[in-house]
Design a protein around this ligand. Structure first.
Ligand SMILES: *Cc1c(COP(=O)(O)O)cnc(C)c1O
Length: 442
């Protein structure tokens, strides 16, 4: 692998090798990450990156499209079949541009849009104040209850009061099944479009481990690089229900992507998406998706047995939110990092602190499941996480702002010199060696 890169650009070559080693020797628990297959990575690294193909199959603005059209049509057909929808656009550069295209397709500037509040688990693009979506549209956030479940009563109340044009369902940090049917009832009552953003759970929907939104939403968006196990990218789908509400909806979505928001599609990415969707059609993908959830449930249980507190006392999907005390998410994230376990700090429902110093961490099982890890390894992992929490239990987040910096200096020093964390890191490395990545790519 990489023979040309090695000769021509040693700095980049070395960094790629070092990153490969980091991914191989540690436990990647960030729930939005996964190891794509070697075939996906080959398609992504192909000469397709050389091509310009603005437009859609059969309707392009450049010549020489016979192979690109084949590739894009295969990707579209596979997406439609897997999700049971009549229309799929596979050109979004990623999940965020896919979501922006939905706004552009169905809203006029200033229209009201309802989405899950970011500190409650929602995504930036669902209308959070730091996102451009809140500049161009009147975005209103809904919340989860104290118990971590969506507050459906509040959602209905907000929908009736503000009459949104578009309602989002889907999130980036939510551990329970999305109530697509109930959200559809609310959207239908007020005449809103319902867009289901299944970025995190697309692979689970395909494998039957999470209910599909196809019967309930008008539009479905997803990323392709999370549980779907493809390259970085996005897909927007229009359902039969969507076409019934608005026969022009598919056309509006396609126009929103090109020419309104994007230029030429990333054809190498489209090919890699097609490959990933091909993999998702195999029976083995169902086994993988179900194991992702089994592993998350096993890990949640093993953590709780060890006294670790988690949001909603369990999970329905691939994700777990650990509650680790006011403002202490960064401590746990950094200490686990030193032990070879990667996850991210995250807010918890009604977080008493802030998104920058949240009171929880978010972790997930997709990456370690594609490596072949099962329930037995989840128990070991829970053990390590509980041990790390014990190691750092004396560090509290200061309520006095001027103490934050000195506290972190002290904490980092403690972590760097802690032998228990070093010991766990070497045990993690040993476990990972038994579950190699990319055996066939070296
Ligand atoms: C990850 C994610 C996105 C955005 O995807 P990017 O590819 O990072 O732009 C959108 N919505 C949800 C719910 C996500 O989890």
């Amino acid at each position: 692998m990489y023979e040309h890169l090695k000769k021509q650009d040693p700095a980049i070559y070395k960094a790629i090798l070092a990153e490969t080693k980091r991914q191989e020797e540690g436990l990647e628990l960030i729930p939005s990450e996964i190891a794509a297959s070697a075939a996906v990575i080959e398609a992504l690294g192909s000469v397709l990156t050389n091509k310009y193909s603005e437009g859609y199959p059969g309707k392009r603005y450049y010549g020489g499209q016979e192979n690109i059209d084949t590739i894009e049509e295969i990707a579209q057909e596979r997406a439609k079949k897997l999700f049971g929808v009549p229309h799929a656009n596979v050109q979004p550069y990623s999940g965020s541009p896919a979501n922006l295209a939905v706004y552009v397709a169905v809203c006029a500037p200033g229209d009201v849009v309802l989405g899950q509040n970011l500190p409650d688990g929602g995504h930036l693009t669902h209308g959070w104040k730091a996102s451009a979506t809140s500049i161009f549209y009147k975005t209103i956030g809904y919340h989860v209850k104290e118990d971590g479940y969506l507050d459906l009563e509040e959602i209905e109340r907000l929908a009736k009061k503000h009459k949104p044009k578009l309602i989002w369902v889907g999130a980036t940090a939510y551990v329970r099944e999305f109530p697509f049917e109930k959200m559809a009832k609310i959207a239908d009552k007020v005449g809103a479009y319902l867009a289901a953003d299944i970025a995190h759970i697309a692979g689970l929907v395909i494998s039957g481990a999470h209910k599909s939104p196809a019967k309930f939403a008008h539009i479905i968006t997803t990323t392709t690089h999370k549980t779907l196990r493809g390259p970085r990218g996005g897909i927007i789908m229009v359902t039969y229900k969507g076409l019934k509400k608005d026969p022009e909806l598919a056309k509006k979505i396609d126009q929103a992507i090109f020419p309104r928001l994007q230029g030429g599609p990333h054809d190498h990415q489209t090919a890699a998406i097609a490959v990933a969707l091909g993999e998702a059609m195999k029976p083995s993908f169902k086994t993988y998706g179900r194991q992702v959830v089994k592993n998350a449930k096993a890990l949640a249980k093993s953590l709780m047995v060890r006294g670790v507190k988690i949001v909603t006392d369990g999970t329905d999907n691939h994700m777990i939110l650990i509650k680790c005390g006011k403002g202490r998410g960064v401590f746990l994230q950094d200490a686990l990092d030193a032990a070879g376990i990667t996850l991210n700090k995250n807010t918890i429902p009604k977080d008493p602190s802030s998104p920058f110093y949240p009171s929880g961490v978010r972790l997930g099982t997709p990456f370690i499941t594609v490596r072949g890890m099962k329930e037995k390894e989840m128990d070991k992992l829970a053990d390590w996480i509980a041990q790390v929490m014990e190691e750092i239990k004396d560090f509290q987040f200061p309520s006095d702002k001027s103490k934050i910096k000195p506290t972190f200096i002290k904490f980092r020093k403690f972590v760097a010199g802690n032998n228990e964390l070093k010991k766990i890191k070497s045990e993690v490395k040993k476990l990972c060696a038994k579950f190699p990545l990319y055996k066939d790519m070296k």
